[in-house]
Design a protein around this ligand. Structure first.
Ligand SMILES: [Zn+2]
Length: 267
């Protein structure tokens, strides 16, 4: 008697637990979707604002997922004679301006890292003038010493493209990559690296080690440095200044200087 009623009760219990789990999973996915959408909105808004500050016209920027320039729209505008000065078409033609444009996205990632209490470094990977992946520093949050912005961006891009070699890609990062990231950039066969401020203490590309251009390795990366360096450096300096202030307010002892890359005002 007891055994016969216990079985349906157990089945009922399993059903309830499964239902609760599915419910939880759905809420989690929905929450992630909302966060991702907000992230994209902020990213696009920040880029648009930054471009408007620099005199770009809003009508030439398509509200695509990452707010990246719409080449077709720009071409159309040129064909219609609608360009007279600062437009996306001009931006795509001018490679320096193009680099600054994409570095702006990396700076946004760096700001998001800072907001999460991580050292503010951000990266994006661009293929055919489209952002193929992005990453921001978060070793503290993920308890992962390899969770640097570049590594996260490389992993995301390689996974999305189903290929661990990114031979057509340009990686933008706000601060000179460390030795680990420079090694990963070489392993991914990245075509071109664009970084902002030099890291005088641990730079793995130009300053301390020259990993990306080392003739002993079977792949060399084209390197451009100093792009929006001041913006990237200021984010770092403000972050460490704030952290020292918080630490000294807590216990009169900072003990965080060792974490700070050697970001200085010199290039
Ligand atoms: Zn690194």
């Amino acid at each position: 008697m007891v055994a016969t009623s216990a079985a349906p009760r157990a089945a009922d219990q399993v059903f309830r637990v499964t239902r609760l789990k599915l419910c939880g999973e759905f809420i989690h996915l929905f929450y992630e979707f909302l966060i991702r959408r907000r992230h994209d909105e902020i990213l696009h808004q920040n880029r648009t604002d930054a471009l408007l500050d620099r005199g770009y016209s809003r009508q030439y920027h398509s509200p695509s997922r990452f707010g990246a320039p719409d080449r077709q729209m720009a071409k159309r505008n040129v064909a219609n004679g609608e360009t007279n000065g600062d437009t996306t078409a001009d931006l795509l033609r001018d490679s320096d301006e193009n680099d600054r444009f994409f570095m702006g996205f990396a700076l946004n990632e760096a700001q998001l890292a800072r907001d999460a209490g991580e050292v503010p470094i951000g990266a994006v990977i661009v293929i055919d003038n489209q952002i193929a992946g992005s990453g921001r520093n978060h070793p503290i949050g993920s308890n992962d010493p390899t969770a640097h912005a570049e590594i996260i961006a490389l992993r995301e891009t390689a996974r999305r493209r189903g290929n661990y070699r990114l031979t057509e890609a340009t990686l933008y990062v706000t601060i000179e990559p460390c030795a680990m990231c420079a090694g990963a950039i070489v392993n991914a066969r990245i075509k071109r690296l664009v970084y902002g401020a030099a890291d005088l203490r641990a730079g793995g590309v130009d300053t301390v080690f020259q990993i990306c251009t080392n003739s002993s390795l079977n792949h060399r990366v084209e390197v451009t440095s100093g792009v929006l360096a001041e913006e990237g450096r200021q984010l770092m300096q403000a972050f460490f200044k704030q952290r020292r202030k918080t630490k000294s307010a807590e216990n009169g002892d900072d003990g965080v200087d060792g974490d700070q890359p050697g970001i200085t005002s010199e290039e």
